[in-house]
Design a protein around this ligand. Structure first.
Ligand SMILES: [Zn+2]
Length: 451
């Protein structure tokens, strides 16, 4: 037996008295170092977690600047990082029709990097912290005489729609550091995360489909992701609300072909847009659709009574709580005529529409669809695409939290797009057949005569 005192801590690491490590030094300090190291690492990781979490709850615990303008700026800066891709995503911007009417669709005739004549150009989009928008590929309704009583006369509207899709896509391609085509909600997040403006396409009226569900499918392939069921005219699919009260309905809502159109939109993942439709069309569309829907640019009728705004009983059909409710987002239109009496449209009155829709349908169901470049005048304080932060500031002043504002500016739309994409996938997985429905008054197709 060795006379040497021994204990576990000082025992050689190897038996047999061979060479030992640090035999003469106590082991305790290295263990302590390891413990300290682990504690430090836990502390650092904790700090990181807390800082991220702090950002998440910052809007609730009040870490935002007190000044609403500064707070709005901070919200728009932080939102995309924290909640995933939310700058402003506007449901309706009419740049393509402005380019058609002013520049004959010649993309070399102007420079979007410089100041444009109306409400939209790249410097102002950047200033307004715009992360994405639907480029409306709108062309006007044909006159009643041109299209005929039964909507059977051919017009140039399908050609003109293709030209508008063409100019939108040419412009998106012409400024690759700024714009990128987005086809899904995932694309929107991805484009924004790379510092660009997600560019989506919308078609503003069933009259642009030439009475044909086949045309709908082809527009989807060209990148279009919503179709407004009507513009200011009725068409073979549905009734419009027109521009003034008293529009006489043609179908009392959806036509039989319109029901088929919605089924096909659901199947392929084309968003159903109910702006411009009559109330009966909107109600029936909500009862028909299997997917969430949008109003790409409509405000609240209870705040300002014009047919283009959404009435409360229809707002009450929107939601995710009751089984008969439909998920949707109503994207508030800034057009002064829809917002307030002449001369009274301001950023505050637009905020009133946002608040009212939020009160009836819920804050998860409201968004922004300015109609910039498609409207002659603008509300005071919301003169162009650089001014969205003024509206965010106004709503922040009224008590909207950072998360609610992130929903308003884009996240609500992303949720609805996710829903429509999911429904389309489910219908396709079930093997749902494409719609072969044809407008029954057409005589130019498929009327085989047995000999
Ligand atoms: Zn419109």
């Amino acid at each position: 037996m060795s006379a040497q005192p021994s204990n576990g801590e000082q025992a050689p690491l190897l038996p047999g008295g061979g060479p030992s490590i640090n035999r003469d030094q106590p082991v305790r300090p290295s263990v302590r170092a390891i413990i300290y190291g682990v504690l430090t690492a836990i502390f650092v990781v904790g700090l990181v977690v807390v800082s991220v979490f702090w950002e998440e709850v910052g809007g609730i615990v009040g870490s935002l600047p007190k000044d609403p303008e500064q707070a709005a700026k901070r919200i728009l800066e932080i939102a995309p990082v924290i909640v995933g891709a939310v700058f402003v995503v506007d449901g309706h911007i009419d740049l393509p029709i402005l380019v058609r009417e002013r520049y004959a669709n010649n993309a070399s005739a102007f420079d979007l990097e410089k100041e444009m004549p109306a409400h939209v150009d790249i410097p102002r989009l950047r200033k307004g912290q715009v992360g994405g928008f639907f480029w409306s590929t709108f062309v006007e309704c044909p006159s009643d005489e041109a299209v005929g009583k039964e909507f059977l006369n051919s017009t140039w509207r399908v050609r003109d729609t293709l030209e508008q899709i063409d100019i939108a896509r040419l412009l998106i391609d012409q400024y690759p550091d700024t714009f990128e085509l987005a086809l899904t909600s995932r694309d929107i997040k991805s484009v924004i995360s790379r510092g660009k403006i997600a560019s989506l396409l919308g078609v503003e009226g069933g009259h642009q489909l030439g009475n044909s569900i086949g045309v709908l499918r082809q527009l989807y392939l060209l990148g279009v992701r919503y179709v407004t069921l009507t513009h200011v005219c009725h068409n073979v699919f549905a009734d419009s609300c027109g521009m003034q009260p008293g529009m006489i309905p043609r179908w009392n809502g959806l036509s039989p072909l319109g029901v088929n159109l919605i089924h096909e939109m659901n199947r392929i993942g084309m968003l159903v847009d109910l702006s411009h439709t009559s109330d009966d069309t909107a109600r029936q569309a909500l009862q028909t659709t299997k997917a969430p829907v949008i109003w790409s640019h409509s405000s609240a009728r209870a705040v300002h009574d014009v047919p283009r705004n959404v009435p409360d009983d229809i707002l009450a059909m929107i939601g995710t709580d009751a089984p008969d409710q439909v998920d949707a987002v109503v994207m508030v239109n800034f057009a002064p005529f829809f917002v307030a009496d002449p001369g009274n449209a301001t950023v505050q009155t637009v905020a009133d529409h946002v608040d009212h829709i939020a009160d009836i349908a819920g804050k998860k169901h409201v968004g922004l669809g300015s109609d910039f470049d498609g409207i002659g005048d603008t509300p005071k304080g919301l003169e162009d695409v650089s001014k969205y932060p003024a509206l965010i500031a106004e709503l922040f002043r009224r008590g909207w939290t950072r998360f609610e504002l992130a929903g308003l500016t884009g996240r609500n739309l992303l949720r609805v797009m996710d829903g429509a994409e999911r429904v389309a996938q489910e219908l396709q997985d079930l093997g749902t057949e494409p719609s072969y429905a044809i407008y029954d008054k057409r005589t130019d197709i498929g009327r085989r005569v047995e000999l």
